[in-house]
Design a protein around this ligand. Sequence first.
Ligand code: GLY
Ligand code: MN
Ligand code: MN
Length: 476
Amino acid sequence: MPSLACSAEPETLRARRAALARTLDGRTAFFFAGAERPRNYPANTYPFRAGSHFLYFGGVGLAGAVLEVGPSASVLHRVPSTPEDALWHGPAPDDEALQAATGVDEIRDVAGLADAVAAARAPCTLPAVDLATRLRQARIFGLDWPEDRPVTVGDLDEGDRTLAQAVVEIRLRNDDDAVARIRAACRVTHAAHGAGVAAMAPGRREAAVRAAIESVMLAHGAEPAYGSIVSIAGEILHNTTYHRTLAHGDLLLVDAGAELDGWASDVTRTYPVGGRFLPEQRALYEVVLEAQRTAIEAVAPGVRFRDLHLAAARVLARGLVDEGILVGEVDGLVEAGAHALFFPHGLGHLLGMDVHDMEDLGDAAGYAPDRTRSDAFGLCYLRLDRDLEPGMVVTIEPGLYLVPAILEAEHLGRAFVERKMVDLDRLETFASVRGIRIEDDVLVTEEGADVLTASIPKAPEAVEAAVARRGFAPAG
Ligand code: GLY
Ligand code: MN
Ligand code: MN
């Protein structure tokens, strides 16, 4: 029988389901794992990854399965394995193995799901991200969800919204089992970044560095938690092309994190390809690093994440004023949004089973119930506006980018030039910078913060030494 990769111990899964049942007031929740998705014809599928709510409460990534969490018992509805399945894919875990791994009270054939939903008192569910599964949910539950975009909490009826809020409340604060697994994913990411540093050199292609990074993830039984960003065009925020050739004087932005047993990590470092930062690169690198350290030092329970974002923005603005790129007084520049020309995204986000944890529910997890997104350029991309609590894991990832389209836009860069807040001529001397981001994964503790990815070098001297020595020490 194959060994089962699980995202939590069975006792943890039982405790999570019991916590959910306590808040559901007699309702019965159904979590869908989702279906395999074809790439180009049905038998050639993308690698299957079960939906995170299913994995969080059910523990095993079984395609087509549905987990029922009732007031007093839980049932795993599975797709039975046929001899033909065993022929092509090997033997599936039997019901006893599944029951032992998940701690559920019962295993049933998913063919009876519609009857189970009909028999349940006040059944509720959350919209799956894949469309095929969403259509199946809509059929079984008699729902009328939009088909042209991801369903978010605002689309849900009251029962499903109650479930969404209950799930968010539980998943926001990671239990010890979850934290241990996120730490393990971070250790893989440490090794992967080390391999990336060893592979980078003038004349190599970005693709070669990506391959080195991801090969370490795969060798650990992990995989990328998202499309790795490995690029000398670091100003393209979600760049997933890898065709450029590295040269002396380039900065290589590496945003790569492993997912291990369903738990994510998310780390960015920015490396000088030639082993030394150019003076103008070093100046702005230090500004980003100071912004990141300022934010990390302020992480503590009760602190509003948006305030951390604004603190980092002020450090960046201060640094840009000192370098002659921004002109004026720091608070006024930040108030006007001038820093956002260079730091347009948010300081960070929740991290857990999803790299942007629970973003399938829109802002239900990232934003406290009484808060909504700003529509100001920059702040509109802030994914997290909650007061921090012990057990939350967040990323802290300020960055600084020179994006021609933003700097030249009439209503953005040009408008600030007209207001004499930005000196584009001075900016030209920083052209080699392109994009710098420094990102760590941070656990909020009772006392403050535990930086889970602190072992990956980020001080400029340490980064230069790592590139020069083609690697850095393994995680302790
Ligand atoms: N790698 C995605 C992010 O940093 O949010
Ligand atoms: Mn990242
Ligand atoms: Mn991130």
